[in-house]
Design a binder for this molecule. Structure first.
Ligand code: MNH
Length: 457
C-alpha cells in the first residue's frame, strides 16, 4: 500500500521502525497512546510489517463496505489460526468450511435461540451469586475478572457442549483453561522477537497443551456420539447431526474439534471482560449505578431470589446501555483487520492494491472526537433509545462487521445483561479506593487486579 502522506508516530528508528513507546505486553494500550493524536488514519512500521491503523468513523465505514473489503486473518489471528485452522473465527474469507459451519450454526445464535440457553444462563449466574454470598458473609473481597471468567466459561461449556468445567468449585482454573491460556500465550509470543520468544516457554509444553485440549474435546465429542442426544439441541449436537441445507455436507470431526475450541476461546474472555469493565465503571459512577439498580428493582422488586424470565432481559434497557458503553470505551476484542478485495482508493487518497489490509482499531474508533462528545467519559445515556440513529452507522463496532461479525453477539449480550442485572439487584459493591484501572492484554482486554467487596443490599 502506498503510505505516503499517512502520518506516523515520531521517533521512527532505522530497521526497527515505530517501536519507541510500544509495549509488547500492552500493544493495544501503547498503540493507542502512539497514534491517538495522529488523526483518523496512521501508519506504523513494526519490524518490517506496515500497520495501517484506522480510527475515524468515515474511513472505518469504507473498510466495512463488504463489496470492497473482507476479513483479513493477520496479526494476532495468525497464531490462533495455527491452533484452530479454518474454524469460524480464523477461516479466511471464502474458505469452504467457513460457509459450511456458519450456515449450520447460525440458527443456534438467533435472538429466539437464546430462549433455549436462558435456564442454564440463570443457573450459572446463581452459582456466581452463591459464591459472592459466601464472600459477603465473611466481609471479604472478590476478584471480579476471575469470577466473571468462571461465569462465562461455565456458560459456554454447558450451553454449547453440555460440559461442566466446575469453575465455581475450584480455586485453580480447570486444566483445559490452563492449557488454553498458555497455548494462546505461546502462539502469540512465538511470532514476536527472540527475546520475547524465550518467555513463551518450551515448544514441547506447547504441543502438550494442544494435545490436552484436543483430548478433552475429543472425549466430549465421543461421549456425545455414544450417548443419547440432549433434550434441547446445542452447538455440538448441531455440528454432529446437521447437514448443510443446500449442499448436504457435514462438518468433519477434526473441524468440529476446532470449532469447539474456537467457541471456548472466543466465547468467554470477551464477555467476561465486558462484564468486568461494566462493573468497574459503575462502581465509579454513583448516578449510573443508582439508575441501573433502580431498573432491576423496578423489574424484580426486592424479592430475595428473583427468577428472571427470558422476556425480562430485553426490558433491562439501561443495564444493556451500561454494557454498550463499557464496550465502547474498552472493546474487549479491540480490533479487526480488513483487506481490499481489489485495487481501490481509501478515503479518496490512499491507494490500496488487492490484498492490502488495514486495522480498524476499536478503542480509537469508539473515541472518534467527530462522533463522540467528551469521548473518554463513561456515559450510558449515549445508548438511550434513539441515540444510535443520530450517529454515523459505523462509529460503533464492538462485534465487528459484515458477514464475519460476531456470531455470538446475542448470546453474549443476553448472558451479560442477565448476570449484571442479578449482581446489581443483590449487592452493594464496595470498591477499593486506591484501585487504578490496569488493563491486561492477551487476545482480549480485561481489567487486572480489580477487586470489589460485595455486601447484601
Ligand atoms: Mn465474538 C467474531 C467480539 C462474544 C464467537 N467476535 C467476533 C469479532 C468480534 C467479536 C469483534 C470479529 C473479529 C474479526 O473480524 O476478526 N465476541 C466479541 C465480543 C464479545 C463476543 C466483544 C462479548 C462481549 N463471540 C462471543 C461469544 C461467542 C463468540 C459469546 C460464542 C458463543 N465471535 C465468535 C465467533 C466469531 C466471532 C465464532 C467468528 C465469526 C465468523 O467469522 O464467522
Amino acid at each position: 500500500m502506498d503510505t505516503t502522506g499517512i502520518p506516523h508516530p515520531p521517533h521512527r528508528l532505522p530497521l526497527l521502525g515505530d517501536v519507541v513507546g510500544l509495549d509488547p505486553r500492552a500493544p493495544v494500550q501503547s498503540s493507542l497512546r502512539l497514534v491517538r493524536d495522529l488523526g483518523p488514519i496512521s501508519v506504523r512500521r513494526v519490524l518490517g510489517t506496515e500497520i495501517i491503523t484506522v480510527g475515524g468513523a468515515g474511513l472505518a465505514a469504507e473498510l466495512n463496505d463488504e463489496t470492497r473489503f473482507g476479513k483479513h486473518v493477520g496479526l494476532s489471528l495468525r497464531p490462533l489460526r495455527r491452533i484452530v485452522g479454518d474454524a469460524l473465527f480464523t477461516a479466511e474469507d471464502g474458505e469452504p468450511n467457513w460457509r459450511l459451519a456458519h450456515d449450520i450454526l447460525q440458527p443456534a445464535f438467533t435472538r429466539d435461540a437464546m430462549r433455549g440457553y436462558h435456564a442454564i444462563m440463570v443457573e450459572v449466574a446463581r452459582e456466581l451469586l452463591d459464591r459472592w454470598d459466601a464472600v459477603a458473609d465473611h466481609g471479604g473481597q472478590v476478584d471480579v475478572t476471575g469470577d466473571m471468567t468462571r461465569l462465562t466459561l461455565e456458560t459456554i461449556g454447558r450451553t454449547g457442549f453440555g460440559y461442566r468445567f466446575g469453575s465455581f468449585d475450584r480455586d485453580r482454573p480447570h486444566p483445559f483453561v490452563t492449557s488454553m491460556t498458555r497455548a494462546l500465550r505461546y502462539a502469540n509470543l512465538s511470532v514476536a522477537p527472540p527475546v520475547r520468544r524465550v518467555l513463551a516457554g518450551s515448544a514441547r509444553r506447547h504441543r502438550a497443551d494442544i494435545e490436552a485440549m484436543n483430548r478433552l474435546v475429543d472425549d466430549v465429542i465421543r461421549a456425545r456420539r455414544g450417548g443419547p442426544a440432549p433434550e434441547t439441541s446445542d452447538l455440538l449436537d448441531l455440528m454432529l447431526r446437521t447437514a448443510h441445507p443446500e449442499t448436504g455436507r457435514h462438518l468433519d470431526v477434526v473441524n468440529i474439534r476446532r470449532q469447539v475450541i474456537t467457541f471456548m476461546v472466543a466465547g468467554h474472555e470477551t464477555t467476561s471482560g465486558a462484564l468486568s469493565f461494566a462493573l468497574y465503571h459503575l462502581t465509579r459512577d454513583p448516578d449510573a449505578l443508582a439508575r441501573t439498580q433502580a431498573e432491576v428493582d423496578a423489574l424484580w422488586g426486592r424479592a430475595d431470589d428473583p427468577v428472571p424470565a427470558f422476556t425480562d432481559i430485553p426490558k433491562l434497557r439501561y443495564t444493556r446501555a451500561v454494557l454498550d458503553e463499557a464496550l465502547r470505551l474498552w472493546p474487549t476484542a479491540p480490533g479487526y483487520l480488513r483487506a481490499a478485495r481489489a485495487d481501490t482508493v481509501l478515503g479518496g487518497r490512499y491507494r490500496m492494491s488487492k490484498g492490502d489490509w488495514a486495522l480498524v482499531m476499536l478503542p480509537l474508533l469508539h473515541r472518534d472526537p467527530e462522533v463522540w462528545p467528551d469521548p473518554d467519559r463513561f456515559e450510558p445515556e449515549r445508548f438511550a433509545p434513539g441515540q444510535a440513529k443520530k450517529r454515523p452507522a459505523h462509529a460503533y463496532k464492538p462485534f465487528g462487521t459484515g458477514q464475519r461479525a460476531c456470531i455470538g453477539r446475542q448470546f453474549a449480550l443476553h448472558e451479560a445483561v442477565l448476570a449484571l442485572g442479578l449482581v446489581l439487584h443483590r449487592y452493594r459493591l464496595v470498591p477499593d479506593d486506591g484501585y487504578q484501572l490496569k488493563i491486561a492484554e492477551s487476545l482480549t482486554l480485561k481489567p487486572q487486579g480489580f477487586r470489589l467487596a460485595p455486601r447484601r443490599r
